[in-house]
Write a protein of this length. Sequence first.
Length: 353
Amino acid sequence: MSESGQEKTEQATPQRKRQFRERGEVAKSQELAAGVMLVASAAALWVGSTLASGPISAALSGVWARLDESENFISSPEVVFSGLVEAVVAPLVPVFGVMCVAAIAAHMMQTGPLLSGKPLEPKLEKLDPIKGFKKKFLSKDTVAQLIKTLAKVVVIGLVAALALTAFAPAPGQLLHMHPAEFARYFEKISVYPLFAAALTMVLLGIADFFWQRHQMNEKMKMTKQEAKQEHKQSEGDPLIKSRRRQQHRGLLDANRLIEAVPEADVIINNPTHVSVALRYDPDFGVPMVVAKGLDHKALRIREIATENDVPMVTQPPLARTLHRHVEVGEPIPENFYRAVAEVLAYVWKKKKR
């Protein structure tokens, strides 16, 4: 129900959708964006860890060797672990870049290009601490969102835990692992659970996106009075008026072609880009242009001519010149008499056969 007591039953108009978009109010799912980002990050981490498995194994072997040899481990641990940090961090560097790109792409997929400063504009109601507290912590939407978030965390956590237990060996086996095996173990316990959690989040995010879109459509609905008022405003919109005039002119042109072309004696073509329809009235004494057009309009003229058995002649120079210099409803100039007379004579002679 709206504030005026009227029920919002009318679907949002394109103008209302545009207003919401300008305010930055569009349907989007943070979970879907986070899921896509995690999938991309897991893929980058998997590729990076695969490429870095050799350096990590070598670094671990060096650590074991230095642990046996070093007597000053406590005083100088950097000597023991030199090379290991670089080997582990190296595959993580591109992951952060992929995360940034994936986050931007995930939002773009949902909303398209969107840049609005409306959400950043200061509003006086935001400065009311009591109202803000009630809206953030005591509203039904906040409680529902909290429950939904907790449920998602539980589901994603369970999936990640199952993936971790499926690939992780018993803790006692870690002490007997070769460095190369330990690198593969690190890959399994880091990448596989992340993949499982990310894919689960994507699936939940897709469902959440459709729910958010439904909620946004409901929010954008209008009362009958709002729809009526917006219709009145749009009637005065110069852009909408211009579009309607163009549509009206298009309909008039189409109707004129349907009426004029069947009455023509000949269609002079370019042959594909220009068409000019001529009609000769003995009472008037001079051939007249009854229709002309370029490209799509020329094609329509030829289609109507074919449907009504109006003869067509290919004369590119004459077609272009007539189209350029003679308007519809005007007789042809005197300097075209001979060329047009030859065309008409050819057509009439062909008809007599």
